[in-house]
Design a binder for this molecule. Structure first.
Ligand code: GDP
Ligand code: IMO
Ligand code: MG
Length: 422
């Protein structure tokens, strides 16, 4: 494997964590380049379940280095909590972990503002994870953010934080919300800073040295293509570039150093939070939820489920340029007698080949479906292509052909072993 960008091809939760963990065996370094602890990446290792939010999903593989790049927004207290929880479970986090000094900080007032903005939107709320992601990226773009590097100089951090807390508390008070305590925020941040200090560095320079030494770098996307701030179903999106380009800006590794892009997609579609989901199918949602599947890894919310949507996936391919596809959760369709696939949209009598610009229009799109036969048998123990039933192989081949991309991984369960390499 060479330098590989892995992104979610849909609305997040495609199984990126599982695929990153699997591919890390062949990589040297795993980098997160955007998002924050809104992400929830699940890895099942034997009987153990790990849900990672900020720490890259390569951390469970000894001997690999995990990097939080400059494009990530970091809640320092949450990160320390995640490190401690992993250490308690016997996962080593020491020289195998680096944190960019340039990554922006998520502060308690960001979380409060996230909550406030959602409340104000009422029925039109985005359904954010309430982790403060939007307000933190907002401060970054407005050039008033605090960064990880700022934490390392306590006196100057105190001053910078005091100014930010003053401004944000005024907003909170005006809205009738409880202001945050400057004392408490300062103390918790500076306490977290001492745990994080050994990991903080210029990760751009570190990654360049690694690349020069021909180390194989895996870029772990968070969220998914249609949650991208530029290309997603705006405003029902997150606040970062979740698409392939984000890996460069969020890590400092130039585009020409990237060798390939892997799109991770579920064999169907899920979405958590508000916004368009034209192929949403309550029966499919019910069937998956009854099996205990499709509940959010970060917030526990039930994910909305629907059939595969080739209109969105083709657009995702345009934006990301997938060299390879990893199709996960094929086993989620094991009980479906018939499988529907959306091949086009109809809107006001017109046929659309692309998602419309306006999210409200996207929501009104009526999918045109093609129906494929199901396989009605468990795929969970398949370990090679030939083990899959013919109808399942036909479904996977249809997806690859429709997207003109090479399907190189098929996943039939959450465990490492339930992965078929093509
Ligand atoms: P991520 O955010 O993209 O890493 O995905 P999540 O971890 O939020 O959600 C994916 C869920 O599907 C998790 O519970 C995984 O353990 C699970 N998963 C991943 N691949 C498969 C698969 O092929 N089959 C099944 N049954 N579960 C899978
Ligand atoms: P992973 O990395 C699925 C969604 C939220 C909401 C919108 C904005 O696990 O795939 P935010 O808190 O980012 O401001 O919320 O984005 N969202 C995700 N949905 N998976 C995620 O991450 C998500 N991260 C954010 O539900 O609709
Ligand atoms: Mg997730």
């Amino acid at each position: 494997m060479s330098n590989t960008i892995l992104v979610g091809a849909q609305w997040g939760d495609e199984g990126k964590g599982k695929i990153i963990d699997y591919l890390t065996e062949e990589a040297d370094v795993v980098v997160r380049s955007q998002g924050g602890n809104n992400a929830g990446h699940t890895i099942i290792l034997g009987e153990e379940k790990y849900v990672l939010h900020l720490i890259p999903s390569g951390i469970l593989r000894p001997g690999k280095t995990c990097v939080i790049g400059n494009g990530v927004v970091v809640d320092p207290v949450a990160l320390v909590g995640e490190i401690s929880a992993l250490r308690e479970r016997g996962i080593a986090i020491n020289k195998n972990f680096l944190l960019s000094e340039s990554a922006h900080l998520v502060m308690p007032y960001h979380r409060e503002l996230d909550e406030l903005r959602e409340m104000k939107k009422g029925k039109k709320k985005i359904g954010t994870t309430k982790r403060g992601i939007g307000p933190a990226y907002g401060d970054k773009v407005a050039r008033v953010g605090l960064r990880v590097g700022d934490l390392l100089d306590p006196d100057s951090f105190r001053q910078k934080l005091a100014a930010r807390v003053k401004e944000n508390n005024a907003l909170l008070k005006e809205a009738g919300m409880k202001p945050v305590s400057l004392k408490e925020v300062t103390e918790s941040c500076l306490e977290a800073a001492e745990v994080l200090r050994p990991f903080v560095t210029n990760t751009v320079a570190w990654l360049h040295t690694a690349a020069e030494k021909k180390k194989k770098i895996l870029f772990e996307g968070a969220q998914g293509t249609f949650l991208d701030i530029d290309h997603g179903s705006y405003p029902f999106v997150t606040s970062s570039n979740t698409t392939a380009g984000g890996a460069s800006t969020g890590s400092g590794i130039p585009p020409h150093r990237m060798d390939s892009v892997i799109g991770v997609m579920k064999a169907y579609t899920t979405r958590v939070g508000g916004g368009a989901l034209p192929t949403e199918c309550p029966e499919l949602s019910d069937a998956l939820h009854k099996k205990g599947r499709e509940f959010g890894a970060t917030t526990g919310r039930a994910r909305r489920c629907g059939w595969l949507d080739l209109v969105t996936l083709k657009y995702a391919n345009m934006i990301n340029g997938f060299d390879d596809l990893a199709i996960t959760n094929l086993d989620g369709l094991d009980d479906a007698p018939k499988i529907k696939v959306c091949t086009g949209y109809k809107l006001d009598g017109k046929t659309l080949k692309l998602p419309p610009f306006n999210s409200a229009d996207w929501d009104r799109c009526v999918p045109s479906y093609t129906t494929m036969p199901g396989w009605m048998t468990s795929t969970e123990s398949a370990t090679k292509w030939e083990d899959l039933p013919a109808a399942a192989r036909a479904y996977v081949e249809f997806i690859g052909k429709s997207l003109n991309a090479n399907v190189s991984i098929v996943s039939v369960g959450p465990a490492r072993s339930q992965t078929i390499r093509l």
